[in-house]
Design a protein around this ligand. Structure first.
Ligand code: SF4
Ligand code: SF4
Length: 435
């Protein structure tokens, strides 16, 4: 089944200038007097906890593992494990149990992981990727190494540095400042996947990134840069692959010989695989029209979001929408006391604007703009009617929650929220049908 059918692209105002040139705030080892880790993975599976309250831990020490895929979770701080706490999770939008670690601020390091170079075997490199504990830093949180298990017929590694969500500038900053790690990561991932070349995709008008990368490409004949149009959702992998390779695929890009990773994921792998130090910090864009000083912040993973907001001068207004992620894909939450996770790239803070929802005009704009070729208006109708068979027929699970349907609706109907709810109920019904 081919999903990419409709036009599904639109230029958006990116508001990138709010944060892209601001001085980066590094909270360093001061960040997170306590850090928190959810006991449930992003896909709602349990996490096996390997430490007990009272244990002393070091930076880079394994404290937990996911139970669906092998993904080790490392402590980003040195300190003492505390009793588990119920803390709000932005991922599941409710309080859940978290591992809590009191940060002693000393940054005492655990023994590093095994490092690899291009002289290592493919198996050794893939094993090192697995032990690095990385999940995709572009938002989905999918374990990175899974893409490199038994890759077959891969010709190209595609690095996604498009960052098409408004306000977000972490890829812009990281890809400009960490070119060596980016290119080292590309070389190791090419070897792991069997790809003979890498294409690094960035949006047009990112001249600083383009110049920083181009300055080093002479030493990397198999790596090239490709500029793509400034439209949303160009960063969605189906849209990007269609743009670059002019091809569709059914389930996975590997079907057409492509493996794709987010730019910051590749940078992080370049770092972890050559230093042996797991990723303990995250670069986060804190931006929007309701934060006093929009910028990028480096903090320990597990730091509470309100610490980042305070570091950026606090809220500029009393009534705000706080969105973990960007405004198109993200969902506003009611608390600023939630921990930053590895896959969280931004906090978008916007003035509250209320819109009056008007009746549907049957204009078809939502369908026309859906990059997954869905009919959002029909899905919303089926959800209201509790017609679960129709939701399955309408292929609701293919929705990537990109926000284009809500954005393009002249009647201001909250279609994306309806899509998310429809996916939740359909997933539940489908799991019941399997029993
Ligand atoms: S949120 Fe889902 S239904 Fe709406 S445009 Fe995006 S993919 Fe299509
Ligand atoms: S874009 Fe809005 S008004 Fe137009 S068909 Fe879709 S839901 Fe109805």
């Amino acid at each position: 089944m081919i999903l990419f059918r409709s036009v599904g692209r639109r230029h958006l105002n990116g508001y990138k200038e709010l944060s892209k040139h601001s001085e980066i705030i590094n909270l360093g080892s001061k960040s997170g007097s306590k850090v928190y880790f959810p006991t449930i993975a992003p896909n709602n599976t349990a996490i096996k906890i390997l430490v007990q309250p009272g244990d002393k831990v070091k930076v880079g020490q394994k404290i937990a593992e996911r139970t669906d895929f092998y993904v080790p979770i490392y402590s980003p701080v040195s300190g003492t494990v505390l009793e588990q706490e119920n803390v709000f999770s932005a991922n599941v939008n409710r309080p859940i149990k978290h591992i809590a670690i009191e940060n002693d601020g000393l940054d005492t390091q655990a023994d590093p992981l095994k490092t690899v170079t291009l002289d290592n075997s493919i198996e050794e490199i893939i094993n090192a990727i697995k032990e690095a504990g990385l999940v995709g830093l572009g938002g989905a949180g999918f374990p990175t190494y899974v893409k490199y298990n038994n890759p077959k017929g891969i010709h190209t590694l595609l690095v996604n540095g498009v960052e098409c969500e408004p306000f977000l500038t972490t890829d812009f900053v990281a890809m400009q400042n960490e070119v060596d790690n980016l290119l080292t990561g590309c070389e190791l991932l090419m070897k792991a996947s069997g790809a003979s070349k890498t294409i690094i995709a960035i949006k047009v008008h990112k001249d600083e990134v383009k110049n920083a990368i181009n300055a080093k490409l002479n030493d990397y004949p198999n790596i090239s840069l490709k500029e793509v149009p400034d439209v949303y959702p160009m960063g969605w992998e189906r849209t990007l692959i269609k743009e670059i390779f002019h091809k569709d695929y059914d389930r996975l890009p590997g079907e057409i010989g492509v493996v794709i990773n987010n730019g910051q994921t590749v940078i992080s792998l370049g770092k972890v695989l050559t230093t042996g130090h797991p990723i303990c910090e995250r670069l986060i864009t804190v931006s929007g029209d309701a934060i006093s000083n929009p910028t990028n912040v480096i903090c320990k993973i597990g730091t509470m979001a309100n610490e980042l907001i305070d570091a950026c001068g606090g809220l500029a207004f009393e009534d705000v929408n706080l969105i973990p992620g960007g405004p198109m894909c993200g969902r506003a939450v009611n608390s600023d006391k939630f921990p930053i996770t590895m896959q969280m790239g931004s906090l978008t803070i916007l003035k509250v604007k209320t819109y009056k929802e008007e009746p549907c005009l049957r204009c078809g704009s939502c369908t026309h703009h859906c990059p997954a070729g869905l009919q959002p208006v029909e899905i919303r109708r089926a959800l209201k009617a509790k017609d679960y068979d129709r939701l399955i027929k309408l292929n609701v699970m293919s929705c990537v929650e990109c926000g284009m349907c809500s954005y393009s609706c002249p009647s201001r109907i909250e279609l994306t929220e309806a899509m998310k709810n429809a996916k939740t109920v359909t997933k539940f019904k489908m799991s019941q049908m399997k029993k």
